[in-house]
Design a protein. Sequence first.
Length: 288
Amino acid sequence: MTTKIAPWIFTASCPSIIGTVDVVTRYMAESGHYVDEIHSFDDRESGRFFIRVEFLPKKEGFSASVFDQEFSARAKDFNMEWALTEPNHRPRVAIMVSKYDHCLNDLLYRFRTGQLNIDVTVIISNHPDLEELAKWHRIPYYHLPITAETKLEQEAQVKSLIEQYDTELVVLARYMQVLSPDMCEYLDGRAINIHHSLLPGFKGARPYHQAWEKGVKMVGATAHYVNNDLDEGPIISQGIQVVNHAHYVEDLVAKGQDIERVTLFNAVKCHIEKRVFLNGKRTVVFGG
């Protein structure tokens, strides 16, 4: 079995004008970089172009600084915003959770087995219940209780921990608190949330009980970036599963939690692999 060599990842976006693909691929070819994977999309509604390239330098002595200098000169004519990610970059991730442990357990398992190329550096919770799980994984766990009166103080502590652990991504793995507008702005573009998405939309307490009472025929979950519109941030990944009259509340809960786990994993994986681009209130997500 051949092991794939970890590639460099190039991502960029710019206004939709002629030559956007060419400026990237021509530079790759002229610089001796083998393009292993490429995705692009031109959004005619927003007038934005998006591209993601995985490449392998074929010449010895590849230098990211030289790449930066040379490509910047070409990108300038396209008003292109771009980034270069080195092979096997492991983003530093903070996980926030309340009492439900299914998403946290799944993320920690995938982190431990290498399915997610991340470093989980800290777990933050408003309850003490999952501290033993964190200890077993040798990950620092902070119990930060929260009330309506202490919300701003608690969020200030969370921000301090995010900075302390040099966090690149925050994952809300069933963190059952509404973030303040200030916190949402602070985490803009670097925090992913998971929630149930049932048809019709059942908000508030006991959503699966509400769904069972209405006789739903489908359960699902949505992973999205956090913003100030509750559970309405730009969507990264969704999952669904068909159910029927023979599924009771406990069945819906079990199936829903399974979908939440997989959907959150897919969203985190796409984010850390630089496959997600924010496009206004929407996202462009290139598959792997």
